[in-house]
Design a protein around this ligand. Structure first.
Ligand SMILES: NC(=O)c1ccc[n+]([C@@H]2O[C@H](COP(=O)([O-])OP(=O)(O)OC[C@H]3O[C@@H](n4cnc5c(N)ncnc54)[C@H](OP(=O)(O)O)[C@@H]3O)[C@@H](O)[C@H]2O)c1
Length: 308
């Protein structure tokens, strides 16, 4: 018998885990893997595959129905008890803080943090913190989680952060004087800006020479995944048609991520665009820009009303 058992439900974060009476659980590896965007697409596939291998997986998403379906799928694959679902809105600073608190309550060490969460926003939308939503979810959440889990990552023997975004793309830019895109918003520009910000986030994290955690920037390429529901109907149809022809199947896109988790690279920073390792001199990985963005991000966080 399998069921999902709610454990915590406090102000926007609730947690469930799959439990089962069947003695089918895989041999535990002892590895703890935290996956944002673990309820859909590539993140979901990674959660299930790692659970089947015996890792303890924390899967984060905002949609409780998707979370319950994920737990049922894990149980159906004999990986019951290996997945905890944490429901949270990662577009808010508070949502990220609570995920960090809740996860650290259960796990003193984290071996891998895999960052997938993202959502297209056709119109400029502000989060509860007053931040542009794509910036907040696709970039700032990854900044907060990387730093918030730092001590737990250090407690692992071979920790790794895998930031799944768009390294290798040179389109788009950081709008240094308008990070929140107040003076002109377009969905693609917002996605590209957050993508470039993630490139710089990896550089800044790795420049902190005192961390044991290896940072991997990984671009999966066009993949048959992606929640297209926020997009206009015609655009959705076009992307789906193109995906049938050109996109990679999800298992192909996440294969490399298993390698990064099983055997983290020796270098502090690794950038991989599909199957190609990029030189760290790649133009979106400029250390001065990375330091500049890290400084602006700290200032922006310090100025938020939610920060006492
Ligand atoms: N698919 C591609 O062709 C492609 C190409 C290059 C790069 N990428 C990058 O790869 C990553 C994964 O892509 P994908 O196609 O697998 O994505 P996806 O299928 O659209 O899944 C996105 C995930 O993010 C979660 N999410 C969205 N908003 C959230 C919020 N506010 N709080 C918490 N979780 C939230 C969703 O969960 P809920 O619905 O439960 O909230 C879902 O689990 C993304 O960063 C994307 O930019 C994708």
């Amino acid at each position: 018998m399998t069921m999902a058992a709610p454990i915590v439900d406090t102000e926007g974060v609730s947690v469930s885990e799959s439990v089962s009476a069947l003695p089918t659980a895989p041999e535990p590896t002892g590895r703890v893997v935290v996956v944002t965007g673990g309820t859909d697409g590539m993140g979901r596939a990674l959660v299930l595959a790692r659970a089947e291998r015996g890792d303890q997986v924390v899967a984060i998403g905002s949609n409780p129905a998707k979370g319950e379906a994920l737990l049922a799928e894990a149980a159906g694959r004999g990986a019951a008890g290996h997945v905890r679902f944490v429901r949270a809105d990662l577009a808010t600073v508070e949502g990220n803080r609570r995920v960090i608190e809740e996860t650290l309550h259960h796990h003193g060490a984290i071996d891998a943090l895999a960052l997938f969460a993202n959502r297209q926003a056709p119109r400029r939308t502000l989060t509860r913190d007053g931040l542009e939503a794509t910036w907040a979810l696709y970039y700032l959440s990854r900044y907060l989680l990387g730093h918030g889990f730092r001590a737990a990552l250090e407690a692992s023997a071979a920790p790794v952060i895998v930031n799944v975004s768009g390294v290798g793309v040179t389109k788009g830019s950081i709008h240094w004087d308008d990070l929140q895109l107040e003076r002109g918003y377009a969905m693609v520009a917002a996605q590209l800006q957050a993508g470039r910000a993630n490139d710089l986030l990896g550089v800044a994290f790795a420049e902190h020479g005192d961390s044991k955690a290896r940072y991997v920037l990984y671009h999966p390429g066009f993949t048959r995944s992606g929640d297209l529901s926020p997009l206009p109907l015609m655009l959705r149809a076009g992307i789906r048609a193109a995906a049938r022809i050109w996109a990679r199947p999800i298992p192909d896109s996440i294969r490399a991520i298993h390698q990064f988790i099983d055997t983290p690279p020796a270098a502090a920073l690794t950038a991989v665009d599909r199957n190609t390792h990029l030189p760290l001199t790649f133009r979106t990985l400029d250390p001065r820009d990375a330091a500049r963005l890290a400084g602006l991000t700290e200032k922006l966080l310090a100025a938020l009303p939610s920060n006492p």
